[in-house]
Ligand binder design. Structure first.
Ligand SMILES: Cc1cc2nc3c(=O)[nH]c(=O)nc-3n(C[C@H](O)[C@H](O)[C@H](O)COP(=O)(O)OP(=O)(O)OC[C@H]3O[C@@H](n4cnc5c(N)ncnc54)[C@H](O)[C@@H]3O)c2cc1C
Length: 495
């Protein structure tokens, strides 16, 4: 298990590591798991909290991606669908099948028959058959607020939803159970090649004196996503693209399925879906030109863009700015084509490359983390081509082999958050097993209350305080400091 965070010098007491993985998002977690599973002594280091980067800010979909198939990228879709089915089978509490409803309108692309053709192929690649036509009356009954203009019906199919941040924690727990070590708030500042070893300079980012340490590793994986260009030792390849989501109370925007609606201005698909008891709308897709050290935040124009599509497709609801409980901006590490394409048209696949013995990996999807990890291990020579092929294609290979008895409801991506004794059991588990360092780790990434509650969880602070003091050893001054820090993070990036 991840357990509590250990002191920095303990990392050096282990001697040289077989592999150090830099980056505690889904990509780094996947590499740590696949390497540890093969008997290697693995350490994962994350500069902030686990999943603090893009991996807690995605659209939370475990999917093949209809857009890739529409673009003719059958291989990427097939791989993603294979992983979707694996995750549905292995993590039923955390990855759940969701109906998706795509309204079809007169004279608008895509029409019923092109969609039927695409969905037949989509389901065939996944090895399922789970799509059908919904008549206009059926759609109107399910969504009385939906704009009626030109409505012919809808295509209904299925994909999957998750809690991305909890998925990262689950992969890290699995890696820990396979023997990997992980530490958050630990930044890698520099990597030097020394023969067939590497020397890494690391810094504790959680202490005032910023304690530093030198570590040694045979293999280094730079799985830092957006930040990959800083440590890769090669010319830059990453194009940061921001995507924003809005959270709205389910009572104001009730949806049972994941509704796909097209924006009236640019015809981009935007999803409206139920998530942990509230409704999420997203996403935008624009170049992110701000610095990468601060948490991303969205602009008023992005909020207007998302409210516009919601109000154009669900006009009866009259959604307003005041209905937005929280915003969440994430930045995609897109591998730049260098052709100055429209952000939405850039490909979403990953790239593995190397220089000076450092394997860098960036781009890709949450869904395909296992396959990205296998590609990285092959590039490092930790698995051969035959093993890679077998593991890549093996539909029946288990990724999650250990039971992690997390408390009831904690991982559920659809139902509402807990309260009372159930919430207390969840918090006690998290504080004991999930390496919480700051209050925002608990409220924004482990529990998600920061985006799901209108008050960002403020009213729960009194009941959380004794547990944080007991399990994390915080005194009154630390508790007050954590509350101030949390409020500042919420105000600057989530409201
Ligand atoms: C808006 C949006 C919607 C998306 N929707 C989906 C979706 O629905 N489904 C899907 O499959 N994918 C989706 N994606 C893509 C998916 O979220 C990303 O591909 C994935 O999260 C990238 O994970 P990562 O681990 O590579 O990067 P990250 O999660 O960013 O992890 C990299 C980590 O490295 C750390 N780091 C950086 N530098 C250092 C250093 N020097 N030392 C230590 N640590 C360091 C960072 O703090 C960060 O936590 C979406 C992305 C966005 C932005």
């Amino acid at each position: 298990m991840l357990g509590q965070r250990r002191a920095l010098p303990e990392l050096a007491a282990h001697g040289a590591w077989d592999a150090v993985v830099i980056g505690g998002g889904i990509t780094g977690a996947g590499i740590a798991l696949e390497a540890a599973r093969r008997g290697h002594k693995v350490l994962l280091l994350e500069q902030r909290d686990f999943s603090w980067g893009t991996s807690s800010r995605s659209s939370k979909m475990v999917h093949g991606g209809l857009r890739y198939i529409a673009q003719g990228d059958i291989q990427l879709t097939r791989h993603a669908l294979q992983e979707r089915e694996r995750l549905l089978a292995e993590l039923p509490d955390l990855v759940v099948r969701m109906p998706y409803v795509f309204p079809i309108r007169q004279g608008r692309f895509p029409g019923r028959w092109p969609m039927t053709f695409i969905l037949k192929l989509y389901d065939a690649l996944a090895g399922i058959r789970d799509h059908r036509w919904m008549s206009r009356d059926e759609v109107r009954q399910a969504y009385p607020a939906l704009n009626d203009a030109g409505l012919r019906g809808a295509m209904r199919y299925t994909d999957a939803l998750t809690d991305d941040s909890r998925l990262v924690i689950r992969v890290l727990q699995e890696a820990a159970l396979e023997g990997a070590r992980a530490r958050n708030y630990t930044e890698v500042l520099d990597i030097k090649a020394q023969g067939d070893m590497h020397e890494l300079l690391v810094q504790d980012t959680n202490t005032d004196n910023g304690a530093r340490l030198t570590l040694h590793a045979r293999h280094v994986f730079n799985a830092t996503g957006l930040w990959a260009d800083r440590l890769s030792g090669t010319p830059p390849v990453v194009r940061p693209q921001r995507g924003t989501h809005l959270f709205v109370a389910a009572s104001r925007l009730p949806v049972r399925d994941c509704l796909t609606i097209l924006h009236p201005d640019d015809h981009r698909p935007v999803f409206v879906f139920p998530w942990k008891g509230q409704t999420c709308i997203g996403t935008t897709d624009i170049d992110h030109r701000e610095g990468l050290q601060d948490e991303p935040h969205c602009t008023p124009a992005e909020i207007d863009y998302l409210l516009k599509v919601a109000n154009s497709e669900l006009p009866a609801l009259h959604l307003r700015r005041e209905d937005v409980l929280a915003t969440m901006a994430g930045v995609r590490p897109i591998i730049a084509s260098g052709k100055g394409k429209d952000p939405s048209k850039e490909r979403r696949d990953h790239l593995v490359w190397q220089a000076n013995g450092v394997i860098s990996v960036s781009g890709g999807k949450l869904t395909t983390f296992r396959q990205i990890a296998l590609d990285a291990l092959k590039a490092a020579g930790l698995i051969d081509a035959a093993t890679h092929r077998q593991a890549h294609q093996g539909r029946h290979l288990r990724c999650f082999r250990h039971a992690v008895p997390s408390p009831h409801g904690l991982n559920d991506p659809v139902r509402g958050t807990a309260s009372g004794g159930v919430l207390q059991a969840q918090v006690e588990w998290i504080l004991t097993h999930e390496m919480v360092v700051h209050l925002d780790d608990l409220l924004l990434r482990r529990l998600r209350l920061g985006v799901l509650c209108a008050d960002a969880g403020e009213s729960l602070l009194l009941s959380l305080k004794p547990m944080c003091q007991l399990y994390l050893g915080w005194d009154e001054a630390r508790w007050q400091w954590e509350c101030t820090r949390y409020r500042a993070v919420i105000a600057s990036s989530y409201r």
